[in-house]
Design a protein around this ligand. Structure first.
Ligand code: NAD
Length: 513
């Protein structure tokens, strides 16, 4: 293991070479089969995690069900106090956890720290929210009646997460679900299981210190088969699943089959429109960070640049020049801009996309390629590439989870660019670079972007926790994090109270006995 303080970080987080993978909060269970976690940074084996068996899973669900009985009757602000303490623990563990995220997933240490900061921020947000789980009051049509609505805890929330945000996505869900009175069972990505162990250790300490019931936070580990234990389980009213559209279609159908609720956060195919009124310097920074940050492995990564023909060459040349400055290498070394892809399968997906775009008639303007030699032993480092393409190409329609940027040209009005931007099956993040008020407002209007996120003079990548996060179409329609996203973790109830001695019926219906 490279010397970037990784060993110390693992020790601090209670992650060892061999870890039990199933936890009901304080108790951990053993099983025989393991998942091995190799770092994409240097190809080393970091540690192993035992996979959850069906018997372990039953234990988890029974413990979570018991915990829910106690947790749901605790006043929401007191649940908020526990989330506050969790946020405090995260502050203490920020550097260690940020390092593990970077080493196990491959994103830069700065981005690893940023991910932990997001966890802290959502905790703060949730603490305030724990006193604001508001419902509305209504005026009844019946005399002497009062109507209002309430939000009640729902039960067990099953969380299935992707490799690229191995800790933040869990916290986005749990911090809100906990203040809402739910208990959580988490299956992290099988590509980043050690991040899950570290997080569970952090929350387990808080649960223990507060003498809280086990089962408020549970962990299970394994591949899709372990995920399926939850998606098919009627005892889990809500499944929050983050990952590919392919996965979301299966999970959505499985949960829908039993009329459960699902919150789906799936793939994107995000574009920036660059109009003749764009600030080119800002455009270049936004586009390059969006396309190569996290080695193009963010759901909000910039995949397409839709550039007006009048400035096409200027923007293209500026972006190509910026790519010439990129340093690719160990993400724990802050001199590097671009780290590795998650594994060699992802490298194959990247190579395949570059081959396909050429076959479909595209033109490569920044050559890609897999790096080898000293520092690149894991085989997961690739060169960010750029291709001129057409929006109708099959490969452009597809989300390739790698640093491949497509340049698309538009002419005429901004409407033409919006049509291209909307002309994909995904609908997560979108942006326009313009100083023209009319163009910006049109892009944000009901005739504009069809995405869950639409930005002006900011790239597509990254989001703040205060806003609801998620996308439309094949991105799945779910919303997490800020605004009123908390409502999905609660069941809604409308209450009518009659404080008279009469029993008038609604709609004036007569029913005399
Ligand atoms: P993936 O779909 O391969 O796996 C995601 C998770 O789903 C894993 O935990 C996996 O074990 C589980 N899973 C897969 N099939 C399942 C099934 N049939 N039943 C139950 N669980 C199943 O995704 P990935 O490669 O880890 O992540 C990359 C993808 O995630 C990209 O498409 C990216 O855009 C998307 N993503 C979206 C968001 C968002 O908020 N919209 C955020 C992060 C990542």
């Amino acid at each position: 293991i490279l010397d970037f303080g990784i060993k110390e970080a693992l020790k601090q987080l209670g992650v060892s070479e061999h870890n039990k993978g199933t936890s009901t909060g304080l108790n951990w269970f053993s099983s025989k089969e393991t998942i091995a976690s190799y770092s994409p940074v240097d190809g080393e084996l970091i540690g192993k995690v035992e996979m959850t068996t069906l018997a372990d899973y039953e234990n988890v669900i029974q413990t979570a069900t018991e915990a829910f009985k106690e947790w749901k009757i605790k006043p929401a602000p007191l649940r908020g106090e526990i989330v506050r303490q969790f946020g405090e623990e995260l502050r203490k563990q920020k550097e260690a956890l940020g390092k593990l995220v970077s080493y196990e997933m491959g994103k830069s240490y700065q981005e690893g720290l940023g991910e932990v900061q997001e966890m802290i921020d959502i905790c703060d947000f949730a603490v305030g929210l724990s006193r604001q789980l508001h419902g509305l009051t209504m005026h009844s049509e019946r005399p002497g009646h009062r109507m209002y609505e309430q939000y009640h805890p729902m039960g067990i929330v099953g969380i299935i997460s992707a490799f690229n945000f191995p800790v933040a996505v869990w916290a986005w869900n749990t911090a809100l679900a906990w203040i809402c009175g739910d208990v959580c069972v988490w299956k992290p990505s099988e590509k980043t299981p050690l991040c899950g162990i570290a997080c569970q250790n952090i929350i387990a300490k808080v649960l223990k210190d507060n003498n809280l019931p086990e089962g408020i936070s549970c962990l299970i580990n394994g591949d899709y088969k372990v995920g399926e234990m939850m998606t098919t389980d009627k005892r889990i009213p809500l499944i929050s699943a983050t990952g590919s559209t392919r996965m979301g279609k299966i999970v959505g159908a499985t949960v829908g089959q039993r009329l459960g609720k699902s919150l789906l956060e799936l793939g994107g195919n995000n574009a920036i429109i660059v109009t003749p009124d764009a600030d080119i310097k800002m455009t270049v920074i936004g586009a390059v960070f969006g396309a190569v940050g996290t080695a193009g492995q963010r759901c909000t990564s910039t995949r397409r640049l839709i550039i007006h023909e009048s400035i096409y060459d200027k923007v293209k040349n500026a972006v190509v020049a910026a790519y010439g400055q990129l340093r690719i290498g160990n993400p724990l070394d802050e001199n590097n801009h671009v780290g590795p892809l998650i594994d060699t399968d992802a490298v194959k997906g990247y190579q395949n996309a570059l081959q396909k775009v050429v076959e479909e008639g595209g033109n490569i303007v920044v050559e890609g390629g897999v790096l080898s030699g000293e520092g690149y032993e894991s085989g997961c480092y690739v060169k960010p590439a750029i291709a001129e393409a057409n929006n109708s190409f099959e490969i452009v329609q597809h989300e390739t989870f790698a640093p491949v940027l497509y340049l698309l040209k538009y002419n005429g009005d901004v409407e033409n660019a919006i049509e291209v931007q909307n002309g994909v099956t995904q609908g997560l993040s979108s942006a326009i670079m313009t100083n023209n008020l009319r163009e910006a407002e049109r892009f944000l209007s009901h005739a504009g972007s069809d995405c869950g996120i639409a930005n002006v003079n900011i790239g597509t990548s990254g989001a703040e926790i205060g806003g609801a996060f998620g996308g439309e179409k094949e991105t799945g329609g779910g919303r997490e994090s800020g605004s009123d996203a908390w409502k999905v973790y609660m069941r809604r109830q409308t209450n009518t109270i009659n404080y008279t001695t009469e029993l008038p019926l609604a709609q004036g219906i007569k029913f005399d006995l």
